[in-house]
Design a protein around this ligand. Structure first.
Ligand code: AMP
Ligand code: MN
Ligand code: MN
Ligand code: MN
Length: 286
């Protein structure tokens, strides 16, 4: 399969912090020309069978997907899994453990916001939650926009919910090794999500890529809605240097919030190996 295949291997539904159902996402992906799709909800694979069925109904090829929250060097790093068995018990168990602390964290986030005069944030965020096990910062962001505290999501993450700002509660997610192993042992491929987002210096970034490879990771997102076009060649070089396959995905969350729609990114740079060329036997065809 070629570089020009319109693959979108990163997006979110109401099963995590997106606003569309898996079925609505499948229809939107199809309408936008996506030929190979993956739903990658945060720490949750509860939407995989729905997404697979919806892709089939739309006549679109599908790869199973997930985006696992990991703590690496005291920073939250996201690892995407693609092409795993959606019924793998160890993966499901690892993800359930990773989701575990979210409820308590959300209450602490709300307590912090109350201290700066923003009341009712827990209940307010909960109104936007589709999956009670997956209350996230995105749901708080929607509450802060709805109540007029901020005009949009980017403003929320500039003023709140991030390190040093009200509403930020540090959290210990999965380890890098566990996340990669859960995915790999379920037959899938682990991919570093949007590496430019972490703002690591060269040394820590090198450590992330090296350790990821040592644990069995095989891919990195190069063309993603979470990178600027200037960052594509930087991570294309990293993919080549570390011998990783390259992935492409919008990271679409919502028609009202996401600047990159499903299926609208440029193709991968030509010299890279697309992740889908190594996952041919894992692709579910309609
Ligand atoms: P959580 O998993 O609860 O820490 O929430 C992380 C989610 O918050 C990410 O997956 C994004 O959807 C959202 N998010 C984090 N930082 C930003 C940002 N700067 N702008 C917009 N959304 C963000
Ligand atoms: Mn998200
Ligand atoms: Mn992410
Ligand atoms: Mn994402």
């Amino acid at each position: 399969m070629t570089h020009t295949l319109n693959a979108d291997l990163h997006c979110h539904s109401v099963v995590s912090d997106g606003t569309l159902t898996p079925e609505q996402l499948a229809a939107r992906a199809k309408a936008n020309g996506v030929q190979l799709w993956a739903l990658t909800d945060h720490d949750e694979i509860g939407g995989q069978h729905r997404a697979m069925a919806a892709a089939r109904a739309e006549g679109m090829a599908y790869l199973t997907g997930v985006e696992i929250s990991v703590t690496f060097a005291d920073t939250t790093v996201h690892i995407v899994g693609l092409g795993f068995d959606p019924d793998d018990a160890a993966l499901a168990q690892g993800l359930a453990a990773t989701r575990g602390g979210r409820g308590e964290r959300a209450r602490e986030m709300a307590d912090q916001l109350a201290q700066v005069g923003i009341h009712g944030a827990y209940e307010g965020a909960l109104k936007f939650v589709g999956n009670p096990e997956l209350i996230s910062r995105t749901h708080f962001a929607r509450f802060l926009v709805e109540t007029g505290v901020c005009k949009d999501t980017p403003e929320v993450f500039r003023r709140f919910l991030t390190e040093g700002k009200p509403g930020f509660v540090p959290h210990r997610w999965a380890t890098l090794g566990n996340a990669v192993r859960w995915i790999t042992q379920a037959g899938g491929m682990a991919v570093i999500a949007h590496p430019a987002r972490y703002k690591f210096g060269a040394t820590v970034e090198y450590a992330l890529f090296s350790e990821f490879k040592q644990h069995g990771g095989r891919g990195v997102e190069v063309v993603t809605g979470s990178h600027t076009p200037a960052e594509y060649p930087v991570y294309a070089d990293m993919a080549l240097e570390f011998g990783l396959a390259a992935s492409r995905g919008s990271d679409f969350h919502s028609p009202d919030e996401s600047h990159t729609d499903l299926g609208t990114l440029p193709p991968l740079p030509g010299q890279l190996t697309p992740v889908w060329s190594l996952l041919a036997d894992r692709i579910v065809t309609p």
